[in-house]
Design a protein. Sequence first.
Length: 207
Amino acid sequence: MKLLLLTIAIISVIKVNAQTTQSDSVPVRLSSLVISTNGNTARLDWTVACFLQHAKFEIQRSANGINYTTTNTFQADQLRCRQPFYFTDANIFGRVYYRIKVGDLDGRFAVSKTVAASGRVNGFEINSLTPSLIHTNTTLSISSATAYKAEMAIINFQGTVVKRIVINLIKGTTELLVDMNSLVRGNYILSITNKMLEIKTTRFTKL
């Protein structure tokens, strides 16, 4: 009986120490995280337990649940951390996965559980063109519900198509490095047309 009591006492001490170590290593932790959808818009709602003056957040997104990219980064002070947080993403097609990386400004962090949302099954959207003030190259990001070929056209402000490229879109997010070195200086429109003849456009400036 004495041996049994000693064993239980040792296990209890180890459990308490593990909890203390976790609080010391990551002083900002998510208390809750839920996701909801409306059409092709996803909304993340979360709360945190914060033991710091400032906390850092990264909203991470993935098309396959394996490879994540950071879509938004921000900081919050301790007073703000007492209130709920939310983030909306209006460009989801098919199934999209999210997680939140939260930690302190010294680099200590924790990653939340993964949550997923399903958007509408058709269509595509231009996520970004980075940079939009272009010297040579730029990166085009497109979200698509399905995989197919699309046409990219670059149009000057006189309405003339100066460049056409056939691009292969994957289901999820496609990122393309576009060579703009041959363009003369000026303002342009980048237009994407898919097989259903849907058209999306964005503007950029060649420096």
